[in-house]
Design a protein. Structure first.
Length: 138
């Protein structure tokens, strides 16, 4: 069995944002040479996420509105976590959107369902963060 590891880096200029990282992950898969196996993609930070969904701007807007209703950024004083930072809401948003995505690799391709894409979700941006891509298989 072969194993491949690569880190992707992101610095989102705003507090929150969603980035389709499918092309970068597909590039990793090609580089790995793995034809059959599994691809793990996970955020290495507790205020960001990796998830699979549709690449549609209306849906991304709906995520933003929904997440802000679930865990509003302000007032930051409503969170016990916020001591020297103001990112408690980002931790909660990450918990809802998830840490990682695992995709089957079949015939050298990511084995997606219809419309599925991989996204990096940022909830406390304006600094450099990383995403791990780990691919195992033959």
């Amino acid at each position: 069995m072969k194993s491949y590891r690569r880190e992707l880096f992101f610095e989102i200029p705003n507090r929150r944002g969603f980035v389709n990282i499918t092309p970068q992950v597909e590039s990793c898969l090609r580089e790995s040479g793995i034809r059959e196996g599994l691809c793990l993609v996970n955020s290495m930070h507790i205020t960001s996420s990796v998830f699979i969904n549709d690449d549609e701007s209306g849906l991304h807007h709906d995520f933003e509105v929904w997440l802000e209703k679930l865990a509003p950024h302000e007032p930051v004083s409503s969170y016990r976590h916020n001591g020297f930072e103001d990112n408690a809401d980002a931790h909660l948003k990450r918990q809802v959107m998830g840490r990682e995505a695992v995709v089957a690799v079949t015939s050298g391709k990511l084995d997606f369902g219809t419309w599925e894409q991989i996204f990096y979700g940022e909830f406390d941006g304006r600094r450099r963060k990383r995403v791990l891509v780990k691919i195992i298989g033959e």
